[in-house]
Design a protein around this ligand. Structure first.
Ligand code: RB5
Length: 148
């Protein structure tokens, strides 16, 4: 399994910690940057990561910014990406079971490292339940006649 990691400056420190955590679990990591805590724009890192996932270069991704919202909003612009924002372990379980999330978004400024590790564990260890949830996922993209 290969996991793509990306952040902005507000998520840089947690990204580096999680990189070590995942490597210790012998999981391959592809780091899309940034590579320092210098101020950057999160979309510049989210777009390449989403492309890599959609092209099959990574199985899943973890994105981190200050609140987790900027990276999640950007990632969710892509059809085929389902990015869930998590601030505790239970939500991490549900974004897999119910939403089949393929990217986890974390709020780097609002969770501890221990919480982030617990969230990542649940995200990686939980399977999609399918069934009624698959039907709901199929309805996420707005019908053409609803688009303005
Ligand atoms: C950076 O200050 C902050 O705006 C960013 O990390 C993120 O929270 C945006 O959604």
């Amino acid at each position: 399994m290969t996991i793509a990691l990306g952040s902005d400056h507000a998520g840089f420190e947690l990204k580096e910690e999680l990189k070590h955590f995942l490597s210790d679990l012998e999981i391959d990591v592809k780091d899309f940057g940034p590579h320092s805590s210098e101020s950057v724009d999160y979309p510049d890192f989210v777009h390449p990561l989403c492309s890599a996932i959609l092209e099959g270069q990574a199985h899943t991704g973890i994105l981190i910014c200050g609140t987790g919202n900027g990276v999640a909003m950007t990632a969710n612009k892509y059809s085929g990406i389902r990015c869930g924002l998590c601030w505790n372990e239970e939500i991490a379980t549900f974004i897999r079971q119910h939403n089949d999330a393929n990217i986890l978004a974390l709020p780097g400024r609002f969770i501890s490292l221990d919480m982030a590790k617990n969230i990542v564990r649940n995200f990686l260890d939980t399977e999609f339940e399918g069934g009624r949830h698959a039907r709901r996922i199929g309805k996420i993209t707005p019908p053409v006649n609803f688009l303005c």
